[in-house]
Design a protein around this ligand. Structure first.
Ligand code: LLP
Length: 450
């Protein structure tokens, strides 16, 4: 793993967004990150509202000619203030759990702009979604289809659904985030759709509106989109020729970003692929991006605790760890490192950056071109706005860190840091139970009833 991060390369690359170096001081929008860190104990996530706004506006502008609407994949960053920001711009939400549904509602998102994806929705989640009248539920299996029908019937409501197709296309991304190949757990096999579609379209409890596809995440090559979308068009034609109505297509997310402040895939080209492929299909179109909208907008700010040298390897132990940002240890991802202070002409060195968690995999990477590090030096891991805070855990009983949103010359703590009291509160007053349902009902309930 190697990241070159000299003062010059970092500042040139950063200029594109709302980050820059001013006199060697890392600035987010109009604020010095170091000054924020004087007020908020590290580690913490820090997001730029303008970067999110600019990304959404650019994407929706590019997609306007094809009439494609955008639903943000909440899993990428589920902070309610981030959701509220996007929703205020007109963005809908793509959720994958009842928890994300409640977050979207808490952010003021209208149920009519919510799409529910995911391979295993519980009946209580389905029930809540149908009662609220959300825009659509994406069905991922025949068994789930029946569950949705049964819940809709019991509520005497009609559920709006589409089928998520597994098009068997290689997304050419990391194996752990590929979702559209045969054998991946997602979606319904292309060849099984026709029969299921015919069956479900006759059910009065369902409004079967169309199809969905999502082939994977962090796509840097756009060719797999072309392949998957072509298959979708063929499927629409064949369904229509057998008399089925298909009026809505959900084209998934997955658009990748550069993790080294380079150029990622061209969003204009992505929009053109959509426009060209679906030009004659006469369907309502939606995309579900997560990472592309928020990834570049966030950083995880951290502080060096200790530096030690073993042989010719110098390691800096920082106060952020794999529980705060799981991507390096889970996928071998490398997030760029930005020193908060980077004076010109300062001594440059190579460091392995690690967290304090007791796991050998708690390593962020080995970085060249860093300034001299010592206890108290502050750094930020960049491109951490997506799948950073939303994937954090409390492993090693480390509390979830604060999240800060910067807008212009102001910042706001949009999630306070968790405390050990918050964590311990979940474990107090537990009561021994028997299997007797009356006794169980009389005691504390753990989680929503399934
Ligand atoms: N729609 C569906 C149905 C999805 O499963 C996903 C992501 C998205 C949309 C949004 O994908 P995006 O535009 O963000 O690529 N934790 C991994 C990424 C997992 C993505 C899972 N599904 C990572 O940190 O790279």
């Amino acid at each position: 793993m190697k990241i070159l991060n000299t003062h010059n390369s970092a500042s040139n690359a950063l200029r594109h967004d709302s980050f820059s170096y001013t006199d060697g001081d890392l600035v987010i929008e109009e604020l010095s990150v170091d000054e924020i860190a004087n007020a908020i104990p590290t580690p913490f996530y820090c997001y730029s509202a303008s970067t999110i706004r600019n990304a959404y506006n650019l994407l929706s502008e590019k997609l306007a000619s094809s009439g494609t609407s955008v639903c943000f994949a909440v899993k990428a960053n589920s902070n309610v203030s981030v959701l509220r920001l996007l929703s205020g711009l007109g963005c809908g939400m793509d959720i994958v759990s009842g928890g994300e549904l409640e977050r979207a509602l808490a952010a003021g998102v209208s149920p009519s702009k919510i799409v529910f994806s995911g391979v295993g929705k519980t009946r209580s989640e389905i029930s809540r979604a149908i009662e609220l009248g959300i825009h659509q539920i994406n069905i991922e299996s025949p068994a789930e289809l029946e569950a949705v029908r049964d819940v809709a019937r019991s509520l005497d409501r009609r559920a709006s659904v589409v089928f998520r197709v597994n098009p068997d296309v290689d997304a050419k991304t990391h194996a752990k985030i590929s979702t559209g190949k045969k054998g991946d757990k997602f979606g319904i096999a292309l060849e099984d759709i026709a029969e299921l579609y015919a069956k479900a379209s006759a059910w009065p409890e369902l409004d079967l509106a169309g199809l969905a596809v999502h082939i994977g995440s962090q796509l840097l090559d756009l060719a797999p989109y072309r392949s998957a979308y072509r298959r979708l068009v063929e499927l629409v034609s064949s369904l229509r020729s057998s008399g089925q109505e298909v009026r809505r297509l959900d084209l998934g997310g997955g658009l990748g970003i550069s993790y080294n402040f380079g150029q990622g895939p061209d969003v204009g080209e992505y929009a053109t692929i959509i426009e060209e492929t679906f030009a004659d299909i006469d369907c309502e179109l939606t995309v579900e991006p997560g990472r592309w909208l928020v990834g570049p907008a966030g950083m995880l700010v951290t502080e060096v605790m200790y530096v030690k040298t073993t042989g010719n390897l110098t390691t800096a132990i920082v106060d952020a760890a794999m529980n705060d940002l799981m991507r390096p240890s889970l996928y071998g991802a490398v997030h760029p490192v930005l020193p908060l202070q980077h004076a010109k002409g300062s001594e440059i060195s190579t460091y392995q950056l690690v967290g304090p968690v007791c796991e050998t995999s708690d390593v962020f990477g080995t970085y060249e071109g860093l300034p001299y590090l010592r206890s108290g030096t502050r750094l930020a891991f960049g491109c951490a706005g997506a799948y950073g805070a939303s994937m954090a855990s409390t492993y090693n009983s480390r509390d979830l860190v604060a999240e800060v949103l910067v807008d212009g010359a102001e910042f706001r703590v949009v999630r306070r840091r968790q405390t050990i009291e918050d964590l311990l509160a979940l474990e107090t007053d537990t009561v021994w139970q028997t299997a007797d349902p009356r006794a169980a009902a009389a005691t504390a309930c753990y989680g929503a009833a399934k």
